[in-house]
Design a protein around this ligand. Structure first.
Ligand code: EPZ
Length: 416
């Protein structure tokens, strides 16, 4: 029975094979995009996680009818109506901000409470708002609610920095525009491309141009029914690869796309891991050493910020001093306070974390957000003695069966 904390008896090597869930960060924008469809939409390979349920609760509030069984969501948004979305619904997750674009596209207006967030730093929406305004809509915040109106969007907008959510929001807002919308310096994460694949399958006209990361959206009248399978979750895959390597074990991941993890796999090989891949599997084997390295997080295809805490824990097990530079989110080092309780030798200075080889020792630690909680569990797997990790609610937001998969791989971990 799932509880809010786990006990881990460290020192066991992870060994074995697990399958990888569908991507949380592809599913959430796709659920937002479902508002653009007036007929049935079938979405497969969806993980049963809290963020997906929170999003489905919002869609149901708007009038959506859905079933969600064994990883398949069947949605019918024919009766979705325009409604003010209160902050008790929108504040459950950051991704509720992704409703702005589709609601504007379908109803020409929207009103939504401020989105939630995690403790990885401020989560501003200025790029989203600037984009909506530049393309012809009016956006303002009144009484803690985000309000927007749009007659029809057209023109060009250059994102001041690549933002996954802003790219997704502006694409969805533009699907039914009368002319064309061009977005420059847009994000091209695999999850953004999966959203584009879904929209194109429904008849949307979206063109990608390498130069200046430009995305051009030509408006269409409506979208037709689609059946779509969500891409694998590269962050879950990376988390298990780092955990297996940190425990000096070996793991085979199935139902994964190695091409989405090129840079993290490169880093693991530089650190001494043996990596073998096929079209949909990755096998990592510990070969007697974990070398130190330097990691700088960046937008895709750089090293993903969502694997930064996991890499930090892995680097405490390396034989040499290492460094991480977190270039995407300020404040994504809060979890290190908890690692220091486990005798980790880490110093942070602004964006930089200096990590020295550390003999981690078990104690009670807290999870602060989704990836940090997974990383604290990783630390417990490597530590001497027993570690108790609390606040698992963060973990259940994004990992479908994290503890159960670790147990399957031989970890001595149990709910407490
Ligand atoms: C998405 O968040 C992911 N979430 C995040 O994953 C991921 O860390 C992030 O992209 C970066 O890859 C989902 O897809 C649901 P951003 P998003 O807009 O879209 C700044 C996880 O653990 N920014 O690309 O919110 C922002 O503060 C989560 O699964 C602005 O300044 O990220 C950050 O520093 C955590 N103004 C940077 O851009 C804006 O208007 C990247 O943010 C928007 C963003």
């Amino acid at each position: 029975m799932k509880t809010d904390s786990v006990l881990i008896n460290g020192g066991k090597e992870l060994k074995g094979q697990i399958s990888i869930q569908g991507a949380k960060n592809a599913t959430l924008p796709i659920l937002a995009a479902s508002i653009l469809f007036h007929d049935e939409l079938v979405i497969k390979n969806v993980p049963h996680i809290a963020d997906v349920q929170s999003f489905l609760d919002i869609l149901q509030f708007l009038g959506s009818k859905y079933t969600f069984e064994s990883g398949t969501i069947t949605l019918n948004n024919k009766n979705v109506v325009y409604k003010r979305i209160p902050d008790d619904l929108s504040s459950k997750l950051r991704a509720s901000s992704l409703l702005l674009g589709p609601l504007l596209a379908r109803f020409g207006e929207c009103e939504i409470g401020m989105p939630g967030g995690c403790s990885i730093g401020p989560r501003p929406l200025d790029i989203h708002f600037d984009g909506f305004e530049r393309l012809g809509s009016e956006v303002f915040i009144e009484g803690g609610m985000i309000k927007a109106k749009a007659n029809e969007l057209h023109g060009e907008f250059t994102l001041r920095m690549q933002s996954v959510g802003a790219t997704e929001n502006l694409i969805m807002a533009s699907v039914f525009n009368k002319g064309t919308v061009s977005l420059h310096n847009a994000s091209k994460e695999p999850e953004v491309l999966d959203l584009i694949r879904l929209l194109r399958a429904g008849g949307a006209k979206i063109h990608l141009h390498e130069e200046n990361n430009t995305i051009v959206i030509e408006g269409v009248e409506k979208l037709h029914p689609v059946e779509h399978s969500v891409i694998p979750d590269r962050m879950e895959a990376g988390t298990f690869l780092f955990a297996a390597f940190a425990t000096k074990g070996s793991v085979t991941l199935t139902g994964v796309r190695p091409q989405d993890l090129t840079y993290p796999l490169e880093k693991l090989m530089v650190m001494g891991a043996d990596i073998k891949t096929t079209a949909d599997t990755i096998t990592l084997t510990y070969k007697g050493k974990i070398d130190g390295t330097t990691v700088k997080t960046a937008v895709y295809p750089g090293f993903p910020t969502d694997l930064q805490p996991q890499m930090c824990v892995l680097l405490t097990q390396a034989s040499k001093p290492s460094m991480i530079v977190e270039n995407v989110f300020e404040g994504r080092y809060r979890y290190i306070d908890e690692l220091l309780k486990m005798n980790a030798k880490i110093q942070t200075e602004g964006k930089v974390a200096f990590i020295e080889p550390s003999e981690l020792s078990g104690c009670k630690v807290e999870g602060y957000d989704l990836r940090a909680t997974a990383s604290m569990i990783m630390a417990g797997l490597c530590a001497d003695g027993v570690t108790r990790v609390t606040n698992l609610k963060h973990l259940f937001r994004g990992y479908e069966a994290f503890i159960e998969k670790l147990q399957h791989l031989g970890a001595d971990i149990s709910y407490f």
